[in-house]
Design a protein around this ligand. Structure first.
Ligand code: GUN
Length: 291
């Protein structure tokens, strides 16, 4: 078994971005600027946004976070989106999901200027992705594709099973893996909560991508010998032996599955870091589009 090491590959990507941003600054070009809107107090979302800010700083990308209270109205949120849509000094921005229940994620995403939608969630950008046109790819699938690419994983003609059909991960992942690209050209099966015989289908995968949001959903009996396993899940579970009182686990039972897999992403240190790398790449792309 070999690790698909998100820590190493994301560090490599960040070095590449840092060098490009440094060259911009040397040439008196404004560095890229990413903004993030966070509504409410969801602890996971707070962690993600803080991590995005820290990672931007580490490569020289300017970052601004707009932290709005839980009871923000749709109208107030729209004002912030409108402001960022019009601000020439902001190249791209994201609205951290999920939004509080009184706000509609899909409706809000449609209000983002597609040219600034570095999450690649706007219907226009999703449409371009489906057609294979140049656009911002959703950060997690983008990060996974980069990871597979940089490990030179051969996906053409292989059986790829994606578990989970979220708009953020499962659905775009299934499209990217089936596109005529490298990596890509896989034969893709998208499984979800209504799939019958999910264990049997997963066990036929050459490449298994788990994005179901359930801790240790994927057990060793669901994995073919030699499969490539990508774990998108990230869950906190109590662990008294840790100083923090918790540890992070994925959708995959790493200990057992890693005995069968040829390649596998760890949690932490896998897909999570690649998501950030994907977002930074999109932000750089947004800046370059204006140069
Ligand atoms: N929530 C979970 N993942 C993401 C992401 O990639 N972007 C945004 N905006 N929200 C998320």
């Amino acid at each position: 078994m070999k690790l698909l090491d998100g820590k190493e590959i994301s560090a490599q990507i960040k070095e590449e971005i840092k060098a490009e941003v440094a060259a911009m600054i040397d040439n008196d070009i404004r560095p890229p600027h990413l903004a993030a809107i966070l509504v409410g107090e969801d602890p996971a979302s707070q962690t993600y946004v803080a991590s995005k800010e820290k990672n931007c700083q580490s490569v020289g990308i300017i970052s601004t976070a707009y932290r709005l209270p839980e009871n923000t109205t749709e109208e107030e949120l729209l004002k912030t989106i409108d402001f960022l849509n019009k601000d020439d000094e902001v190249d791209g921005f994201i609205v951290q999901l999920p939004l509080p229940k009184h706000l509609n994620d899909d409706k809000v995403i449609k209000l983002i200027d597609p040219t600034k939608d570095v999450d690649g969630f706007h219907p226009e950008n999703i449409g371009k992705m489906v057609l294979g046109e140049d656009t911002y790819l959703p950060a997690t699938p983008y990060g996974i594709m980069e990871l597979l690419k940089r490990y030179d994983i051969d996906t053409a003609g292989k059986n790829c099973v994606v578990l989970g059909r979220s708009h953020i991960v499962g659905t775009p992942m299934s499209i990217l893996m089936s596109r005529n690209s490298k990596p890509g050209n896989a034969t893709v099966t998208l499984c979800h909560s209504r799939t019958e015989n999910i264990k049997e289908i997963a066990a036929q995968a050459d490449i298994l991508i788990a994005a179901v949001g359930k801790p240790h959903f994927v057990t060793a009996d669901m994995v073919k010998d030699g499969a490539i396993v990508v774990d998108v899940g990230i869950h906190r579970i109590e662990d008294a032996s840790k100083k923090s009182g918790f540890r992070l686990i994925g959708d995959v039972d790493f200990e057992e599955v890693s005995k069968k897999a040829s390649y596998i992403t760890p949690v932490p240190g896998g897909v999570g870091l690649m998501t950030i790398a994907g977002l930074l790449l999109n932000t750089l792309k947004a800046r370059k589009a204006k140069m």
